[in-house]
Ligand binder design. Structure first.
Ligand code: ADP
Ligand code: MG
Length: 635
């Protein structure tokens, strides 16, 4: 504003006069504008704002007075000070006329330059003041508007705050530093039993006894603190209190919110009791569980999944392994007591467990601390131990059971051998008869014919084979898994049993799906033979009127299937489920052990034995055995 030049309009029809005025008023603060007529002056006034107008009175066309009238008539230019410059008359009437059309002053020619200069300066100052006032007015207006907005916002937030305060179930208090209460919301009624007026101007210590001793200004600010609160009736309750501090018009005010937490405390307490109860329960069941594990008649071992170290063993386990102290077993590798021959098998099983495979019940041999070997049956279950994946090993000593099983199998075998003996006797007697005949002939003719010698030799071979097969079967042999050719085994069994079969008019015929292939099976030869004999014997016994037993051997993907098909009387379906149970027999002289023993032997060979039958038509017994080598076959 100060550094901006103000406009001054000079109006005169004579150029010399204008030049003279310019010379007098020349200043960097003025922007001097010439007009040569009243009309031109009016045009300028429309265009610009002027601090002052110097107006010649005598002009052709619009004279000074008329021009002034028109300037005054326009609202925007009404207040521009007009200074008449005249050479004519200083008469009172003339001057008055000038004033009546809005002149501010008169200057009479010839004018004094300094007087003119100072008069104009005066007008400019007035103009500038007016400008400033105008500006301030505008500023004031703007401020007032802003204030209005701020005020309405304030009123709104105040109303909201009040709404919150009045509807809040918390008690909200404003107070001074000494604790004297200014305001309190209706929350105080329910919580403390006071009405607002009753407690206003009272000290907060009445509600919160803590402030009887503690200074409010020392109370931690903006933190939720649990304290005791006191109702009007003197009763106490737990409360959460938050004190904050605000400055309003240079006065420090404390705002305190109080929340009744009785209900929450009760909930917490209940929860705590519940947790305590549960923990107690859990501990009890844990104790029970521990006792169960400790005293279990089963051997229980825990080992971490990724280690072979024993982490835990129960008493039964210790006893079984012949240890006296835990440290003889715990912390040691389980391979310390797994039989060396079963290490590979145990490792494979461990690997399967790590891969998440489920492991069935298996058998293993363990070596006790005193060196004796025992048979155990194991079941492994994944678990967690000390926060790590682990496995439970449940083990049972089956040494005795194995022994009795062995005896059972052996006795069954002997009874079979006994039964077979009848047929064999017959079979031996036959070749002997012919041998005897030939020998007699030889006696008579005094020498051997070539033909006779040949027959004799083959008959003697036959006796030899049957007798040695019988001996082989009868003799208990050490358990030994080896690869054997199935075809050879079946052929020799069929030869052996044909003796018995012939007695009953039964014929046994073997069919191989492929005569050129071999059928290698890893097995205990004698045991497997025992199975085949049992099945064939049953088949023969099922055909009292004779018939044929077909033995069909077929190679499957990884297995070989041996089907024994007879044309016997079959098995009624209600009996089918009973077959294979110990001592279940429908025969007068039966033992009811043949199929049971066969089942257990086939199972030990990781094979399957299935029976299907149709009454009056015949029975099919199928044995499926793996042909590929197995790592180890449980015994
Ligand atoms: P056993 O031959 O001493 O009776 P097994 O266990 O060998 O004992 O057989 C049990 C029963 O199963 C037999 O008594 C018989 O009833 C039935 N059985 C077994 N095989 C056959 C078969 N091929 N045909 C009909 N019944 C059979
Ligand atoms: Mg039998």
């Amino acid at each position: 504003m100060d550094n901006q030049a103000v406009n001054i309009l000079m109006v005169d029809d004579r150029q010399e006069n204008l030049i003279a005025l310019e010379a007098v008023l020349h200043s960097p603060h003025y922007n001097l504008i010439r007009a040569y007529s009243g009309e031109e002056a009016l045009k300028w006034v429309l265009r610009l704002d002027f601090a002052a107008i110097l107006l010649d009175v005598q002009m052709p066309g619009l004279d000074g007075f008329e021009t002034a009238k028109l300037i005054r008539a326009r609202g925007k230019s009404r207040d521009i000070p007009i200074l008449f410059i005249t050479a004519l008359s200083q008469t009172h009437d003339h001057v008055m006329h000038g004033y009546s059309v809005g002149a501010i002053d008169y200057i009479f020619k010839p004018f004094h330059p300094l007087v003119l200069k100072s008069k104009v300066a005066e007008f400019v100052k007035i103009y500038q003041n007016q400008q400033q006032i105008q500006m301030q007015k505008e500023l004031l207006k703007k401020r007032a508007e802003e204030l209005e907005v701020a005020y309405s916002q304030l009123r709104r937030s105040e109303a909201l705050a009040r709404a919150i305060g009045e509807s809040s179930i918390d008690t909200l208090i404003t107070m001074d530093a000494s604790g004297e209460i200014y305001t309190v919301n209706p929350g105080v009624r329910n919580m403390f039993g006071y009405v607002e007026e009753e407690i206003s101007n009272q000290n907060i210590a009445k509600l919160l006894p803590i402030f009887q001793t503690d200074e409010i200004s020392n109370f931690p600010k903006s933190m939720i603190i649990e304290v005791e609160a006191r109702r009007k009736d003197g009763s106490l309750f737990p409360a959460e209190v938050q004190v904050s501090q605000v400055t309003v018009e240079e006065e420090v005010i404390f705002v305190c919110s109080i929340r009744d937490i009785t209900e929450r405390k009760i909930q917490y307490h209940l929860l705590e009791c519940l947790v305590e109860e549960r923990t107690q329960e859990l501990k009890q069941s844990e104790d029970k569980y521990r006792q169960l594990v400790e005293e279990s008649p089963e051997i229980i071992i825990v080992r971490k999944l990724h280690s072979d170290i024993c982490s835990f063993i129960n008493k039964t386990g210790l006893n079984l392994l012949g240890a006296e102290r835990m440290d003889q077993i715990i912390g040691k590798s389980v391979f310390d007591w797994i039989h060396p021959e079963d290490h590979t098998y145990a490792s494979t099983m461990m690997e399967d467990l790590r891969l998440g495979k489920e492991i069935d019940v298996v058998e293993e041999r363990w070596v006790r601390l005193d060196g004796t070997v025992i048979d155990v049956e194991l079941k492994t279950i994944p678990t967690e131990y000390q926060g790590e994946p682990a496995i439970y090993v449940f083990a049972r000593d089956i040494t005795e059971w194995k022994k009795s099983q062995e005896i059972l199998q052996q006795s069954e075998k002997l009874s079979v051998v006994g039964e077979l003996a009848a047929g064999i006797a017959h079979e031996i007697r036959n070749p002997l008869t012919s041998l005897r005949g030939f020998v007699q002939l030889l006696d008579l003719e005094g020498g051997f014919g070539k033909e006779y010698g040949h027959i004799m030799l083959s008959e003697i071979d036959r006796i030899n084979m049957i007798v040695s097969e019988l001996l082989l079967l009868a003799k208990p042999k050490k358990m030994d898994f080896q690869e054997h050719e199935l075809k050879l085994m079946l052929d020799s069994i069929i030869t052996l049993l044909n003796a018995q079969a012939n007695l009953h008019g039964v014929e046994i015929v073997a069919y191989y799906s492929d005569t050129t292939t071999h059928y290698p099976v890893v097995c205990e030869e004698n045991k497997l033979k025992q199975v085949f004999i049992n099945i064939l014997k049953n088949a023969i016994e099922a055909m009292p009127d004779g018939g044929q037993v077909r033995v069909e051997v077929d190679r499957l993907e990884n297995d070989v299937s041996i089907a024994f098909i007879d044309q016997g009387n079959g098995i009624p379906s209600e009996q089918l489920s009973l077959i294979g149970q110990p001592f279940y027999t429908t025969k007068d002289k039966g033992t009811g052990l043949g199929l049971m023993v066969s089942h257990s032997i086939i199972q030990n060979h990781q094979g399957k034995l299935k029976i299907s039958s149709e009454v009056g038509k015949g029975t099919l017994v199928e044995v499926v055995l793996p042909t590929t080598k197995v790592e180890k076959v449980g015994k």
